[in-house]
Design a protein around this ligand. Sequence first.
Ligand SMILES: Cc1cc2nc3c(=O)[nH]c(=O)nc-3n(C[C@H](O)[C@H](O)[C@H](O)COP(=O)(O)O)c2cc1C
Length: 387
Amino acid sequence: MTRPERSLNLVPAGADDYRRRARRRLPRQLFDYVDGGALTEATMRANRRDLDAIEFRQRVLRDVTDRSSATTILGQAVAQPVILAPVGFAGMMARRAEVQAATAAHQQGVPFVESTLSICSLDEVSAASTAPWFQLYVMRDRGFAAELIDRAADARCPTLVLTVDLAVVGRRYRDVRNGVDALLGPWGRARRAMDFALHPRWALDVARRGRPLVFGNLEGAVPDARMPTDFQRWIASQFDPSVTWDDLEWIRGRWPGSLVVKGVLEPDDAVRALERGADAVVVSNHGGRQLDGAPSTIRSLPAIVDAAGGRGEIYLDGGIRSGQDVAKALALGARACLIGRPWVYAVAASGSSGVAALLAGLRDELLVTMALTGCRSLEDLGPETLR
Ligand SMILES: Cc1cc2nc3c(=O)[nH]c(=O)nc-3n(C[C@H](O)[C@H](O)[C@H](O)COP(=O)(O)O)c2cc1C
């Protein structure tokens, strides 16, 4: 068997291989920021554990010559039911990472969601690929939120994703240990400088040429920022814990396109979002980065699908690492899956071509899984596909 840690010269086969490469490429504090979750990371682990626990029913002797992973998401034709999730700070992991990932997503026929907290601005990403989706965090300054919504409309984004599971930022022990939120003393600063210096490819490619300290969508909002911590402090002070369902109605009234509410784990919250004008909800616990102790998303999914009763589209994220995971989520009623960390590992490790290869691999795995479970179309995936 190939020892994974010795296989860096081999072709990456999937999300785990990109993760290992990203770990080598990135300064520890950045890798930990992407890789980690809240507190004990129990919810983050549960996302994976509960997906792993699901078994397929192997079906034989059915003609599965013609299979298709193509579908529509909110009326948009896609090559497979996968969406690149919004990831803040991604442009710190690779040079102009959001543009690279959006280009790959466009090439592979899936949507890319631009985070409010991206390094590349929405305009830069839209210029490089067609119509990304835009993810909105509602800041204390509602005028600024309104401006972001209008910018997304001007950039012809078809879909706005409102993230609702970040009333406050979850506490993440890995970030605490790395001193991300702290004002570092001289030793801490020296350790951080050493961490960056020990990763020269990242330092030359991203730090020197990637302008990783300017948040494109917030430009001008944090004029004195010099370090990521300056932005993090500003962002923490700007997140608004007083956002309510009324704000969802306000956004619905202002936004002309499709609206997705991301970060729902309870059936009644999902129903409320759909009743107040959301076209879709994402069953998500923010990749286990917010409420540690919340259930896994795959376990939360069936009750939400039931409660929604076909009123809107239901997506899922958290721990999706292969086309098999996508098949499991679809079999339990999701229309599509978002992937977060995997695309960031891929872009950090291999740039745009890494993200494209990751997506092509996911699609392949989905098609193979369909064949071996006797499914020809995504509609064939259902509870009877699973044991
Ligand atoms: C480093 C990092 C940054 C994130 N930033 C955002 C963000 O800006 N907006 C948002 O809605 N979700 C954000 N998320 C959550 C993702 O959109 C997604 O819900 C989560 O990553 C899915 O889990 P997975 O990483 O296991 O695929 C972030 C996730 C990570 C790992």
